[in-house]
Design a protein around this ligand. Structure first.
Ligand SMILES: Cc1ncc(COP(=O)(O)O)c(C=O)c1O
Length: 373
């Protein structure tokens, strides 16, 4: 007989408000559901940098693999990796923590600071993983809404701070709205909040604004960066936080050991020497973003929002259609974008990662067909 226990009774009480996070689409799942072939799929739902040639990255990895013994653990302190990042960002290596994607470094902050009495404060709509981290630890997720034009009301946000608010998180540029927030507003928030202020700069390479050196002015500031959105390593998982050394020394021991894998540990310093290549690719994305934006605005059934990232948010205006239907119709022709219509303020909104010109032409053709333009 099979032994059976009721494990639901064992689940953490913290999970009572837990909502599943829906990441980008699973390719095998989509292929099966829609009867597609991998070669016909255009995946522009997760804001990866599709301009980086896979063959270029494979060459980089090949060079790097020669130095690596996969049977060994990575350096537990990632010293050479942190030194290369510190040099790149103009910081000291003691001011850098690395991890398995920025989600991982976020989780280290949460594990160190948050318990089930704590509150996290954000302005919605924003990156949905902040709620995931909060819910998983049974903490309280507090938020105010952005203004209708996606600007931030700093007084409204600060008025929500309670004695339990430990973290305030702002992404600039913001996902999924695509805009940046004014630097003086971010400054005001950091200066007037007596908890840890996290500024998520996942898309900073596309906006040309970074406040990373402010960690020298404010010891309550943590800047988060990722290699997923502009540097072509979403699949390898590399995330970074930059912060005051004293706080870094508190957070580092809380991290799960070896959270940056050994390939990433060696590849990051090597890639940082290829700055020219990445700057060129980032410029190509930005140029294409502007072209795609202007083409999308010609579709009168869409309201398109300006972007400082590598994705574009648009609202479906056509009667009888909605974001969900548009996404489903696009998938039938192999194009995967993101339905964001359940997010506060974003009814009927879709989010599209900037593709190459070839990708964008296919997308535009299908969008016009679906929207009857
Ligand atoms: C604002 C923001 N921060 C962080 C991330 C996660 O990045 P990573 O791949 O490093 O976990 C994303 C990914 O969509 C994002 O949009």
């Amino acid at each position: 007989m099979i032994k059976r226990i009721d494990y639901r009774k064992l689940l953490s009480k913290n999970l009572k408000n837990f909502e599943y996070y829906q990441s980008g689409a699973s390719l095998p799942d989509t292929i099966k559901k829609f009867g597609l072939e991998i070669k016909d799929i255009i995946k522009i739902d997760a804001n990866e940098n599709v301009f980086i040639e896979p063959s270029w990255m494979q060459e980089q990895i090949k060079k790097c693999l020669q130095k690596i013994n996969l049977a060994r653990y990575p350096d537990p302190l990632y010293i050479e990796t942190r030194k290369s990042l510190a040099k790149y960002f103009g910081l000291d290596y003691n001011e850098i923590i690395v991890g398995n994607g920025s989600d991982d470094v976020f989780m280290t902050i949460f594990h160190t600071v948050i318990d089930n009495q704590s509150e996290i404060l954000v302005a919605e709509p924003t990156f949905s993983m902040y709620k995931f981290f909060t819910d998983i630890l049974g903490a309280k997720y507090s938020y105010v809404l952005l203004n209708d034009d996606f600007t931030i009301d700093v007084e409204k946000l600060l008025s929500k701070v309670s004695k339990n608010t430990k973290l305030m998180i702002v992404a600039s540029p913001n996902n999924p709205t695509g805009n940046t927030f004014q630097t003086d507003k971010i400054k005001y928030l950091i200066e007037n909040f007596n908890g840890i202020f996290i500024l998520d700069e996942a898309y900073a390479a596309y906006s040309n604004i970074s406040l990373i050196d402010w960690i020298h002015k404010y010891n309550n500031l943590i800047i988060i960066r990722t290699f997923s959105k502009s540097l072509g390593l979403a699949g390898l998982r590399v995330g970074i936080m930059a912060l005051n050394k004293e706080l870094a020394d508190i957070l580092r021991p809380i991290q799960i050991p070896y959270s940056l894998n050994i390939v990433a540990q060696y590849l990051v310093p090597q890639l940082l020497k290829e700055k020219e290549y990445f700057l060129k690719k980032i410029e190509e994305v930005k140029k294409e973003r502007e072209w795609l934006f202007s083409e999308l605005t010609k579709i009168k059934e869409l309201k398109v929002y300006p972007s400082k990232t590598n994705f574009i948010l648009a609202r479906v205006l056509k009667d009888g259609l909605n974001a969900k239907i548009v996404c489903e119709e696009l998938i039938k022709s192999g194009i995967i974008i993101r339905d964001r219509s359940k997010v506060p303020l974003l009814s009927n909104c879709i989010r599209i990662t900037v593709g190459t010109r070839k990708i964008n032409l296919i997308l535009l053709k299908q969008l016009k067909r679906i929207l009857g333009d």
